[in-house]
Write a protein of this length. Structure first.
Lengths: 167, 116
């Protein structure tokens, strides 16, 4: 039987925010929040690599049947102290969709550098941080995949429009 | 608002075309009225799709030239981030619904949706 595919980015973001996860939204959803019209099928965040932050992420999704989606047997998310101290990334599948938690963004750097190049974004459940336009363009160019470069075209157009004086 | 066999100026035509997409149902009744002839300017506008604004910068033109319907980006830039996220969610739900239906068809486990 086919699985019904679900991806609810707002609900995932709301949970991360409620659990005080330290994160910056990157990737396609970041582009969407800036105004890009392309559809993206996962939520990518850059997060601080501390055991406490991994535990917050685990708490945010623990009732959503989280599994490591890129492991052969889709192992359930069960963090230990040892694992928390050695993790660089988490690629999860949950009942609310895919959530990729990265310790580093290509073209930008680690969480601190991503945070330094982020802007605040107020949503109904609270304020989150996302890469600013220049940083997102740099990250997407560094990724260099076809769909990243397509998004860059829109991001550059958005940047140009926003930097022009309004008549 | 609409007249039989009307031939408005470009500006008139643009106004009427915009009005035709509005929420008032009487506009659609007039639009679909028997024997009414639509102005050529509106027909042309309906057929031509998105036109890059004359004051667009090089990056905007490049995105248009790449083939993006930049009217979607124009709309998104008028919205709040929350509205952008919600619009994206609606589009994503449709994409995932189609992907799920495809997978069901491939697995031969259709539940009868649309097949009866």
């Amino acid at each position: 039987m086919a699985t019904v595919m679900v991806q609810n980015d707002k609900a995932l973001l709301s949970r991360l925010h409620a659990c005080h996860v330290e994160f910056v939204v990157i990737g396609g959803v970041c582009g969407v929040l800036h105004g890009v019209s392309l559809v993206t099928q996962d939520l990518d965040i850059c997060c601080r690599l501390t055991p406490e932050n991994w535990r917050r992420i685990e708490a945010a999704v623990k009732d959503l049947h989280p599994v490591h989606r890129l492991t052969a047997n889709r192992l359930p998310l069960e963090l230990t102290d040892d694992l928390c101290s050695r993790l660089d990334n988490l690629y999860l599948h949950t009942d609310l969709g895919r959530l990729d938690c990265l310790g580093e963004v290509r073209g930008i750097g680690d969480y601190t550098q991503a945070l330094n190049q982020s802007i605040a974004c107020r949503l109904s459940f609270g304020e989150i941080r996302l890469l600013d336009l220049d940083a997102l363009i740099a990250a997407k160019e560094a990724m260099g995949r076809e769909h990243d470069l397509a998004a860059v075209r829109q991001l550059r157009a958005i940047k140009e429009k926003q930097s022009r004086p309004k008549v | 608002m609409w007249e039989r066999g009307g031939r408005g100026s470009d500006a008139d035509g643009a106004d009427r075309a915009s009005a035709a997409w509005g929420p008032r149902s009487d506009r659609f009744r007039v639009w679909g009225g028997k024997g009414l002839v639509q102005p050529e300017t509106i027909i042309a506008e309906l057929n031509r799709g998105y036109v890059c604004p004359s004051d667009a910068g090089p990056a905007w033109r490049a995105a248009c030239g790449y083939g993006f319907d930049m009217s979607q980006v124009e709309d998104a830039l008028r919205w709040t981030p929350e509205e952008r996220l919600e619009a994206h969610q609606r589009a994503l739900d449709l994409v995932l619904e189609i992907a799920t239906a495809r997978e069901r068809a491939r697995n031969g486990d259709g539940d009868g949706d649309g097949a009866e």
